[in-house]
Design a protein around this ligand. Structure first.
Ligand code: CP
Length: 336
């Protein structure tokens, strides 16, 4: 694909060569993400970061990624602080904000809303999550993490065995990740969910058409038995009609160290897009896994900065200029 000036709205817009290109650029971002060097390649550029739903990782890591490339960030968070609460349309909001920004990241509770916004925008727009639909940059950082974790074990994404666990109906990260895995060979996906929260049929169909071997289960212990990656997700409470309805499923699939030791193959990597729900009645990934070296959730979150830096560098066409605008840092960097 042509990255320069492109909107990033769905994972389906990428081919395998595009993914490999993003990951090569992301690898090059490591010294900057770790603040060993600084680059000013996007000096003067402005990111409009518009999050109409709560976010910690996506919002802050998109902002950090842009700052690390030398650009500045302007934010709106929530509907209350936006003129959308006064009845302004997405069209008008897009026309206005794209005059103030060089690229925009947006999260919105409605499926398709980011694409609608992008159609009116004068600058590239990145989907930071549109309701239960998609979260493409999360899928990219998830795959980047899978690739790195498997490489440490002498494996590749081709031949991957992964279990996705939890709320697969409303979990946009797993929708995007399943679509992304269609680009790889000999992939086996086990989908572990209550029947009512199963992966949408069209996603399963898309995977099967692409040659992915899909197994559907509601048995956690069986599902995690023979996989390289156990990818847990939160019950997406905010998508349910009521908290009581979400409570029917909360805590149904809990992974803890005892279950991991008894049922998982040694070195099974544990992933989660985060936030994990650590309340006692949910606790889908127990805190007793925190010292398990195969718990990759924080490495996964760190990788978000690399991948998001790569997206900005490619969309704004500076990927080959990053190092030319760089210097070493001279501040104290202890403790990393
Ligand atoms: N993974 C993810 O989207 O996290 P946030 O909701 O904190 O952005």
């Amino acid at each position: 694909m042509e990255f320069t000036g492109a909107h990033i709205l769905s994972i389906t817009q990428f081919e395998r060569a595009d993914i490999e290109r993003i990951f090569r650029v992301a690898d090059n971002m490591e010294p900057y993400a770790q603040r060993k060097r600084v680059t000013r390649v996007l000096e003067g550029a402005i990111l409009g970061n518009m999050f109409f739903e709560p976010s910690t990782r996506t919002r802050v890591s998109f902002g950090a990624a842009f700052n690390l490339l030398g650009g500045e960030v302007r934010e709106t968070t929530g509907f209350k602080s936006s003129a959308i609460s006064k009845g302004e349309s997405l069209y008008d909001t897009a026309r206005v904000l794209s005059g103030y920004s060089d690229v925009i990241c947006m999260r919105h509770p409605e499926a398709g809303s980011v694409a609608e916004f992008a159609a009116a925008s004068r600058v590239p727009v990145i989907n930071g999550g549109d309701g239960p639909n998609e979260h493409p940059s999360q899928a990219l950082l998830d795959l980047y993490t899978i690739r790195k974790e498997l490489a440490d074990r002498g494996r590749t994404v081709d031949g991957l065995r992964i279990a996705m666990i939890g709320d697969l109906k409303y979990g946009r990260t797993v929708h995007s990740l399943c679509k992304l895995l269609c680009l790889f060979d000999r992939v086996q996906v086990t989908l572990v969910a209550p029947q009512e929260l199963a992966m949408p049929g069209y996603v399963v169909e898309q995977m099967r058409e692409a040659g992915v071997e899909v197994t559907i289960s509601d048995d956690l212990l069986h599902g995690i038995g023979h996989v390289d990656i156990a990818y847990s997700t939160r019950i997406q409470e905010e998508r349910f009609a009521s908290k009581d309805e979400a409570n029917l499923y909360r805590g149904r699939f809990r992974l803890n160290q005892a279950i991991y030791t008894q049922y998982c193959e040694p070195n099974t990597v544990i992933m989660h897009p985060l936030p994990r729900d650590s309340r006692a009645d949910a606790n889908e990934l127990d805190n007793d896994l925190n010292h398990n070296p195969n718990l990759a959730i924080f490495r996964q979150a760190d990788n978000g900065v690399l991948v998001r830096m790569a997206l900005f560098a490619l969309i704004l066409d500076v990927a080959d200029q990053v190092d030319a605008h760089a210097r070493d840092v001279n501040w104290y960097r202890g403790g990393r």
